[in-house]
Design a protein around this ligand. Structure first.
Ligand code: HEM
Length: 78
């Protein structure tokens, strides 16, 4: 359940989770630092994060995946 107090925002909470190297590795498909690109690919990104196949060099800690899922559930605010 997302409340007004802890609603994640892309700029403040989500974009900083993606490293510059993540962005460079994924440029062939989308820009992980671009709000519209991440929004458009959010379900695919969540799937890869959840199954642990992305990032290719080590999976995210559960809190970060939860944060990304909460952001989707909140309607993906900018
Ligand atoms: C948090 C960081 C990352 C996220 C969210 C992410 C997400 C994704 C997603 C959603 C796809 C499927 C794209 C498509 O089919 O259009 C993908 C593919 C791919 N990613 Fe990433 N990625 C991340 C980091 C990385 C890194 C660090 C590498 C380094 C090698 C990498 C290499 C690849 C490659 C080679 C593919 C195509 C092959 C495949 O589908 O497995 N990614 N990634």
């Amino acid at each position: 359940m997302v409340t007004a107090d802890n609603t994640p925002s892309f700029t403040r909470d989500i974009q900083p989770l993606f490293r510059e190297s993540d962005r460079e590795s994924m440029e062939f498909a989308f820009d992980l630092w671009d709000y519209q690109d991440v929004r458009a690919n959010a379900e695919d990104i969540l799937e890869r994060l959840s199954e642990g196949s992305m990032p290719c060099d080590g999976e995210w800690p559960e809190e970060q995946i939860t944060q990304f899922r909460r952001w989707i559930e909140a309607g993906m605010p900018a």
